[in-house]
Design a protein around this ligand. Structure first.
Ligand code: IVH
Length: 760
């Protein structure tokens, strides 16, 4: 395939532009975190929040100098930087300037050669996507290890660094300088990263198994396991968190996992900071010397004379990227002769004798087989690209959302086009645009359907100015019913493991499907399940599979075995549905698919009113004043309840035994100050806490009788300040409200407030 011009880099290489964008993202993320933790509402959905984080990550990858020590991208799973002691580097740790094309690189090399006034030899190195480390050796003995920090002052990570195989405590050989700062990059090799995530999964399984043995509910154990041993998103962040973790505060499984995380780290050294005497004349000789001292040097460095050889090396390393043992995000080109380093000098942030050539994120070509419109649980019709499966940035991609018809038009893609695909922020597949030169005339334009592809109802915008089109047939549109039934089983709702996408489809669309809405879900019987049969679809194309011998569609009967008896799956589903009937009221509320009612609002409603009946009896204002509800949710709840087929869902669920109340609830409002160690106390949480999710922190307060409020006032008893706390911490200080850190908060949860000092 011919190389084709593609859309601009996903993150522009203009530093100022990137800085502005990063600032905007930081602000949004900060605000979202604050309202999520501190107030009873969320300003964005999870997908948007994740997209902001991924975008910020992508910007920071391209412009690492924009990644502050307190960046939210760093504090996932990492120790609070305030807990690691500061270490001042003897020599500042600089960053690198970037170039993004061969032309820019040639221009840089010309500038350097002109300034040097003589020919220059280039040293090319893989740019390791990791975390910078500075090792301070005095008379050959390791005295400290520090992260880069702000370049002048880093964090003391000595106790972890000494556990790295590549960090000798005593340098080999003799005649070491009295002081030398060795600089390098800590990373997790691709294979080690795979093993590390497998180990995290094993740890999660162990937590769940141990909890089961102690009779703890699986659902709770899984939540706790996922929080304690999350899957790491990428090697770079796993390495950063691994090096900065506080092992001394860990024990049991956490310690075991923490040690394994450190074991997964590797180091390649790539330079010298402070050095009292330099016995060598070239950077490449520095590496020979460092290797002779027992320090690990990268096998990917080359000394080259011609800049065109440098360009070729960059290309080769790029195409062979997948064969390198660690992730690389570019190539570092350095002037080899050390005397020139001094002559060329440095800017305030980067040396003039080195440059980083950054690779664009991986982009691939594939064929756009079709643009299909799917209708979701809420009726929104979304076009998405169906593509020939293609491997990009670590996984096989077949589909990508195209959001709405305007986006399809803006991208200019035709069905049948070869398209350029990448993963935005290296995570979400995104079609960038067509390779127009490869068109042969057979391509056709996408036409947004005017009717719901599943039920034929006319698609329309629900509000003026809405780009999204929706199917208004909420009651019987198969796509919406299927989506809602699946939602009932989802984790955040009634968490019914067997009720996933496939089962929801079988129950609502299979031949002989028993459900036309979710109303009958909890009254399902074996007799209704057994006859269901479903057509098997190809995972890639979505087409119904056909048996090549008979020419008939391939059919599965998930709920019966050959003899015609109910299958294990059928018994399992009914058993799980039975268990779900007595789950917490807030879960039932979430499972009803009421617009805007997620776990936080549902908890608040359940806690305050104690039953669906009481919610039905309450007026809109009464709902709105409940902490965590507000006018939008109150209106949405009332609108939902006013629909008669919704009412039928409730009545049918109730008849089938679904508990629509909180047992022993004392009545509306009466449980708001329930007994518990926090009874009568109002808390505000600001910033992120390591040991709590956004929801669990609120739950922890409410279930102990406390009130979780969103804003700090004189009535606030405690403000809990986590990482990235915003202005609320300042306000608490001004008002003289007691401020707690996470440890203090955990103690308060256990013991309640300290008893007042006896007077006199
Ligand atoms: S030399 C004064 N060499 O990339 C120059 N840095 O984006 C110091 N990095 O802060 C850096 N691989 O942490 C150098 N082979 C390599 C590198 C490398 C990765 C990191 C380093 C630096 C960052 C700049």
């Amino acid at each position: 395939m011919e190389p084709v011009p593609v859309e601009p880099e996903p993150v522009g290489h203009d530093l100022d532009e990137a800085r502005t964008e990063a600032r905007g993202l930081l602000e949004k993320i900060e605000r979202a975190r604050e309202t999520y933790y501190g107030q009873d509402r969320s300003v964005v959905d999870d997908a948007t929040y994740d997209a902001w984080m991924h975008r910020l990550e992508a910007i920071e990858r391209r412009h690492p100098e924009l990644q502050g020590q307190d960046s939210p991208t760093l504090n996932v799973g990492a120790a609070a930087s305030t807990e690691l002691a500061p270490i001042t580097h003897a020599e500042r740790m600089l960053s690198l300037d970037n170039v993004f094309s061969a032309e820019e690189l040639r221009a840089w090399s010309t500038k350097v050669t002109d300034a040097a006034g003589r020919s220059v030899q280039w040293l090319t190195e893989a740019k390791i996507d990791g975390l910078a480390l500075s090792l301070r050796y005095e008379q050959g003995r390791l005295v400290s290890a520090a992260t880069r920090g702000d370049g002048r002052v880093g964090e003391d990570v000595t106790s972890n660094a000494v556990r790295l195989a590549g960090v000798p405590q005593q340098l080999e050989g003799e005649g070491h300088p009295s002081l030398v700062e060795v600089r390098g990059e800590v990373f997790i090799a691709v294979e080690a990263f795979r093993r590390l995530n497998a180990l995290q999964a094993e740890m999660r399984d162990r937590v769940v198994a141990e909890a089961a043995a102690r009779g703890i509910a699986t659902e709770r154990a899984e939540t706790s396991a996922a929080r304690r041993f999350p899957a790491f998103a990428n090697p770079r962040n796993a390495a950063a968190g691994g090096l900065r973790q506080l092992l001394s505060k860990k024990d049991g499984l956490e310690l075991e996992a923490g040690l394994a995380r450190i074991e997964s780290l590797s180091l390649y050294v790539h330079g010298i900071g402070a050095w009292d005497t330099s016995p060598v004349k070239a950077q490449s000789e520095v590496y020979d010397l460092l290797a002779s001292w027992g320090l690990p040097v990268s096998p990917h460095s080359r000394v080259l004379v011609d800049v065109e050889d440098v360009v070729a090396r960059i290309r080769d390393l790029g195409t062979g990227r997948a064969d390198i043992e660690h992730e690389i995000d570019g190539v570092v080109v350095k002037v080899d002769e050390l005397a020139l380093h001094g002559e060329l000098g440095e800017t305030s942030r980067a040396p003039r004798w080195a440059i980083a050539y950054k690779y664009p994120p991986e982009e691939v070509h594939t064929r756009l087989v079709d643009i299909v419109v799917s209708v979701g649980r809420t009726g929104r019709a979304t076009p998405f690209a169906v593509m020939e499966p293609v491997h990009v940035a670590g996984s096989v991609v077949r589909q990508a959302t195209l959001h709405n018809k305007d986006v399809v038009r803006e991208k200019g893609v035709l069905i049948g086009d070869t398209v350029v695909l990448r993963k935005a922020g290296d995570v979400i597949p995104e079609v960038l645009g067509p390779v127009a030169e490869l068109r042969d005339g057979s391509e056709r334009e996408f036409v947004m359907p005017t009717e719901c592809p599943e039920c034929g109802t006319v698609l329309r915008a629900m509000k003026e100015g809405d780009i999204d089109l929706r199917c208004a047939n909420a009651r019987t549109c198969p796509a919406q019913v299927r989506g809602r039934v699946e939602h009932v089983g989802s984790r955040g709702a009634l968490d019914i493991e067997v009720l996933g996408e496939v089962t929801a489809a079988a129950l609502t669309q299979g031949d002989g499907a028993p459900l036309s809405t979710e109303a009958g879900l909890f009254a399902l019987s074996l007799d209704e399940l057994v006859p269901i049969s479903v057509m098997v679809r190809d995972a890639d194309t979505g087409e119904v599979k056909v048996d090549p011998d008979s020419g008939q569609p391939v059919v599965r009967t998930p709920f019966r075995v050959k003899s015609g008896d109910p299958s294990k799956q059928a018994h399992l589903l009914l058993g799980e549905l039975e268990k779900a009937k007595t789950k917490d009221l807030w879960r039932v509320l979430v499972s009803l698919s009421i617009r805007h009612v997620g776990p936080v609002a549902a908890r608040a409603l359940a806690q305050h009113f104690g039953s669906i009946r009481a919610i039905e009896d309450a007026g809109e204002e009464e709902l709105a004043v409940v902490d965590g509800v507000g006018p939008t949710i109150a209106r949405s709840v009332k609108e939902w309840l006013a629909v008669d087929w919704h009412e039928q869902i409730l009545r049918q669920w109730e008849r089938a035994g679904v508990r629509l109340h909180v047992p022993d609830h004392p009545g509306p409002g009466a449980a708001d100050s329930a007994d518990g160690p926090l009874s009568g106390l109002t808390l505000v949480v600001t910033g992120s806490l390591e040991g709590f999710t956004r929801d669990s922190v609120k739950e922890a307060i409410i279930t102990r009788g406390g009130k979780a409020s969103g804003s700090v006032s004189k009535k606030t008893d405690y403000v809990v300040v986590g990482e990235n706390a915003g202005s609320k911490a300042d306000k608490a200080e001004q008002l003289g409200v007691t401020i707690l850190d996470e440890a203090g908060f955990v103690q308060l949860l256990q013991d309640g407030p300290p008893s007042p000092e006896p007077e006199g």
